[in-house]
Design a protein around this ligand. Structure first.
Ligand SMILES: Nc1ncnc2c1ncn2[C@@H]1O[C@H](COP(=O)(O)OP(=O)(O)OP(=O)(O)O)[C@@H](O)[C@H]1O
Ligand SMILES: [Mg+2]
Length: 388
């Protein structure tokens, strides 16, 4: 048998998925386009909160929307991850940096942006990538840490891009976990939306925050009116069809076929969780030797992926989970119903005892449970994984 030479794996565990491989989420995308993107491109500001559990696909959907909004709806996307930000100055720098990097898919736009913000750009690296001039940023960066300053800055971005047909701005604030405990953030976001709405000519701005529900609740706790600001788009576990369509797309792109029985194993064990889907898919990609993934490849891939998940994510996830009230409540309910010695329980029995909020988290919880089981019961068999 000849071994296949492998090119690039079409799986991206741990990174937002590239647009070509983005699967499913049709309903959520339609909603964001109709109620967000299209409204803004017709001049009306909108604020949306992309809400969902850790690793469920928030950044991926935000990126997908950004590409659509830029290509087909004349918005200019600015993607600012706020990981590591703890105050408004940090946010100000993050948004400035994100603006400098914006427009990469359209040379006309990136040229205009570079011209405008030239003094904050360092020397281009050999591949033409952008580096920031940290000295200039530190000493001369415009303060964008009041709502009015931020709106004025974004308005200027739009003005600079007028000639290219830009009709509005899409500002994505992702990875807001570290900043929501700061009350100033909630006030800033509310102030931004109000300042814009009350200005004589509101900037067509789609403000999109991405985060877990707890973080949104935390913002509301810091400043109650935040409760009414956002159109909330819930990102839930993927359906079996969505996962299947992803695997088909991914393997098709590298001319690998998947047996029906193998597909069932991949889909079942991904459990609606896109992060796991990529790990399982990637493991099967590397295991495959003949261009066809069969059931044996798929089962081995699930075991490898489970171990990977353990190594990469479990500590962080368990840590977060232990701090979360909802997970603790779920655990208590399992303790009441399950059989502790075998660590087994029936999913339906637990689900019937959960509140609506807990139900949403249950899939994520199962992944943790599944990982724990995989890690600590080294000689488990394929059958013992069933969470039916
Ligand atoms: N619609 C999708 N199609 C295919 N893969 C996806 C999709 N959505 C997410 N993924 C994959 O799932 C994983 C998690 O996605 P992503 O990083 O977007 O989630 P997140 O909710 O932003 O996570 P975090 O809470 O860590 O920020 C990544 O490996 C990504 O490539
Ligand atoms: Mg993310």
């Amino acid at each position: 048998m000849t071994l296949l030479t492998k090119g690039n794996s079409p799986f991206y565990p741990g990174q937002p998925v590239p647009v070509e491989l983005f699967a499913g989420r049709r309903e959520q995308i339609q909603r964001i386009i109709k109620r967000g993107v299209e409204q803004v491109s017709r001049g009306k500001p909108v604020a949306m909160f992309i809400q969902g559990e850790y690793g469920i696909g928030k950044s991926s959907i935000a990126n997908y929307i950004q590409v659509l909004a830029e290509k087909s709806h004349h918005l200019h996307g600015i993607y600012a991850p706020l990981g590591g930000c703890s105050d408004l100055n940090d946010i100000s720098l993050a948004v400035l940096g994100a603006t400098i990097r914006s427009g990469v898919f359209d040379p006309r736009k990136s040229e205009k942006i570079k011209e405008w913000l030239a003094k904050y750009i360092g020397k281009q690296d050999l591949l033409g990538g952008l580096t920031l001039n940290f000295e200039a940023l530190k000493s001369e960066a415009p303060a964008l840490n009041s709502p009015h300053q931020m709106i004025d800055f974004l308005r200027e971005a739009k003005n600079k891009l007028d000639e290219t047909g830009v009709k509005g701005i899409l500002l994505i604030l992702d990875e807001i976990n570290g900043i929501t405990s700061n009350a100033k953030f909630a006030h800033f976001i509310k102030g931004l939306i109000d300042a814009n709405a009350l200005s004589p000519e509101p900037l067509p701005l789609l403000l999109m925050l991405c985060g877990v529900e707890e973080r949104r609740r935390e913002m509301i706790q810091k400043h109650e009116p935040v409760d009414r600001l956002f159109d909330i788009v819930e990102i839930e576990a993927m359906t079996a069809e969505e996962m299947r369509s992803f695997f088909e797309k991914a393997y098709d792109s590298v001319q690998i076929k998947v047996d029906e029985s193998a597909m069932n194993v991949l889909v079942h064990h991904s459990a609606g969780f896109p992060k796991i889907m990529h790990l399982v898919g990637d493991a099967a990609y590397w295991l495959d030797q003949d261009g066809v993934i069969d059931e044996d490849d798929a089962v081995k891939a699930v075991l490898i992926a489970a171990e990977e998940v353990g190594k990469k994510y479990v500590d962080q996830q368990v840590y977060r989970a232990l701090r979360s009230e909802d997970y603790r409540k779920i655990l208590k309910k399992i303790a009441m119903v399950g059989t502790p010695s075998s660590m087994s329980f029936r999913k339906a029995e637990i689900v019937s005892k959960l509140t609506e909020t807990e139900k949403k988290k249950f899939n994520n919880f199962l992944i943790l449970f599944y990982i724990g089981k995989t890690r600590y019961f080294a000689n488990f068999s394929k059958r013992s994984l069933c969470l039916s």
